[in-house]
Design a protein around this ligand. Structure first.
Ligand code: SIN
Ligand code: MN
Length: 281
């Protein structure tokens, strides 16, 4: 799949591109059917909401689930990112955010590159966020909100919030957000399951809690240009990956066909991937 020049220009201007219905309902069903078994597992990759047992984020499913390992190599997702960076990419982070009906908690205003820089020593913002909707996203179930154009401001000052939500995040203060929204407004791409968003690592984003009766499960992948790989292994390997091997795509029908994929963490996460240490290999 190739982006047009108009799409490349739009990405440059707004910091994101939205592709409604990019994957078909049968393709998405293959992924949706796998999620309950992943969320039921007792493994460190499942981070729960602070209120109880509901899973907020599952990390690194592509290392132990065949459907998600195939998604991680899908050309409709990987090729536009490679095109925008002009070089091969590796998987920096892979998560399935639950945002479950009634229980899904908010994500505060932040830029992902703030965390990649501060925690992982990623040299530049040459890593792309990709969101793929496994459920419909509507105005009620906590859609992702963007401030268009905010990626052009580079890394903004942020504070390390380790208490408000169940997962530490570098968050941006309300006064800064007010100024940014005065300039750029807020958008919240909404659409059917199977929709895809590409968004810049410096684009300021957030989402509110899900008080609706509809789950909002979405996959979030971060694909990093290989030359821009992280330099510090402070966070566990299942959160910030340490394997910088370029992604090789499978054929376009890979969500329908049983192509062979490696599942190295199927029987558990290797001990060295569970801990952070400060030294990169
Ligand atoms: C994120 O910013 O990484 C996730 C936001 C969301 O799931 O709404
Ligand atoms: Mn984010």
């Amino acid at each position: 799949m190739k982006l047009t020049q108009a799409q490349m220009d739009q990405f440059e201007r707004d910091g994101y591109l939205f592709f409604p219905g990019h994957f078909s309902p049968p393709e998405i069903k293959v992924l949706v059917d796998e999620v309950p078994a992943l969320y039921a597992q007792r493994r460190p990759e499942n981070v729960r909401e602070k209120t109880g047992d509901v899973v907020r984020t599952n990390f690194a499913a592509h290392m132990y689930s065949a459907p998600f390992a195939r998604l991680a190599r899908h050309p409709r997702m990987v090729e536009p990112v490679r095109q925008l960076f002009g070089e091969p990419v590796y998987m920096h982070q892979f998560k399935i955010n639950g945002k479950q009906a009634f229980d899904g908690d908010l994500w505060q205003w932040h830029q992902d590159y703030g965390t990649w820089k501060n925690d992982d020593q990623m040299p530049g913002p040459r890593a792309m966020n990709v969101a793929i909707f496994l459920d419909e996203v509507n105005e009620f179930n906590g859609p992702l909100m963007f401030i268009p154009g905010s990626h052009k401001l580079g890394v903004l000052e942020a504070a390390h919030d380790t208490s408000t939500t169940s997962y530490p995040l570098w968050t941006i203060n309300n006064e800064t957000i007010r100024k940014l929204v005065d300039r750029g407004g807020i958008v919240a791409p909404k659409g059917p399951a199977g929709s895809m968003i590409l968004f810049h690592g410096c684009l300021v984003h957030a989402s509110s809690s899900n008080l609706s009766p509809w789950n909002r499960v979405s996959v979030y992948l971060s694909l990093c240009a290989v030359s821009n790989h992280i330099r510090r292994f402070k966070r566990p390997g299942y959160i910030a990956h340490r394997d910088f091997t370029p992604i090789e795509c499978l054929p376009d029908d890979c969500l329908h066909m049983d192509y062979d994929v490696p599942l190295p963490w199927k029987d558990g996460t290797p001990a060295e991937e569970l801990q952070g240490n400060l030294k990169a290999a």
